[in-house]
Design a protein around this ligand. Sequence first.
Ligand SMILES: NC(=O)c1ccc[n+]([C@@H]2O[C@H](COP(=O)([O-])OP(=O)(O)OC[C@H]3O[C@@H](n4cnc5c(N)ncnc54)[C@H](OP(=O)(O)O)[C@@H]3O)[C@@H](O)[C@H]2O)c1
Length: 322
Amino acid sequence: MRSSLVRQFGDPGQVIDLVDIDRATPGAGEVEIAISLSAINPSDLIPVTGAYSVRTALPFVPGFEGVGVVTRIGPGVRDLKPGDRVVPIGASGLWQQFLVRPAEWCFSVPDDIDDTPAATSYVNPLTALRLVEQLREHFGSLKGRSVGVTAAGSAIGGMLLRLLDLEDVETTAIVRSEKTVSRLADADRIIVADGADLPPRLAFDAVLDAVGGTLAGGLITRSVQSGGIFIQYGALSGVPVPQAAISGWPDVRFAFLWLRNWVHSAGRDALEAAFERSFAGLRDGLFTSPIAATYPLSRLAEALAHQADPRRDGKILLDPRC
Ligand SMILES: NC(=O)c1ccc[n+]([C@@H]2O[C@H](COP(=O)([O-])OP(=O)(O)OC[C@H]3O[C@@H](n4cnc5c(N)ncnc54)[C@H](OP(=O)(O)O)[C@@H]3O)[C@@H](O)[C@H]2O)c1
């Protein structure tokens, strides 16, 4: 079968090979899934660079998100059968034609959700839901709170703006360039800033940050009010949040959110409930991700080049069937 494979850490454009490997046979409690579509997310590429080398064993197949059809079931599997459409989660490996996963890590996709939305139903919707939940745990009611969202033009940024709008939060979208502004209809206010150029007199109750670096440091020290919270869930700048900003402002709570940690501790019921909310959000547009292009897995190099293009205006999907 066709698969991608990372044998050494490095630039994703250089080190992800296309290979022809044997299909695995599902063991007890496992299913084999023919992947129909998988997504390329920033979180797929970070382990390829070696950033998490202590917990990433080589070689590995990238891809944490996608949708497919069950083709074979191993002994003891009762809740799934060949032909069922599922989103398999819990480990990487979606950038290949066939994937074997424990049935307990597969979530059924309702018939009215097409493959394209299903392929982006996991990583960003569940993270956005968790981030809003984390705000609720900190503040109780969110009504009337002021929240800044960095990298607001990203897929998850759009979801956060829409979710917060439903909670009557006053949202500020923070983006690095004017080109994104037209995509931010759901924000109450828009700031174009990439670090040191933050406008004066910002006063947020909370910031949800996927950028890190100078921008995060500036937001913690100059925008989050006492008693507020700064949640980091990404580092698109490639630079960590400055430690001096974290330790120098003890009145601002600093928190992380990594979906992976929640997923591996939440339990099946909580995950099913989260997927139900994700599918509902896909039906009503809350969790829609714009799609820039779909590439056959055989053209992975082109797909990765498009992913890295700063003009990209949506998610890149891979079709491992071709
Ligand atoms: N913690 C978790 O578990 C978790 C889960 C889901 C997502 N995430 C994180 O969320 C972030 C966004 O993910 P996504 O899937 O929504 O990505 P995406 O749709 O691919 O969007 C990324 C966008 O972020 C903006 N961006 C990139 N580099 C930037 C920088 N240095 N400064 C400011 N903006 C920058 C760009 O928008 P413009 O070109 O319009 O500026 C880019 O299009 C990633 O960091 C990802 O790792 C984390």
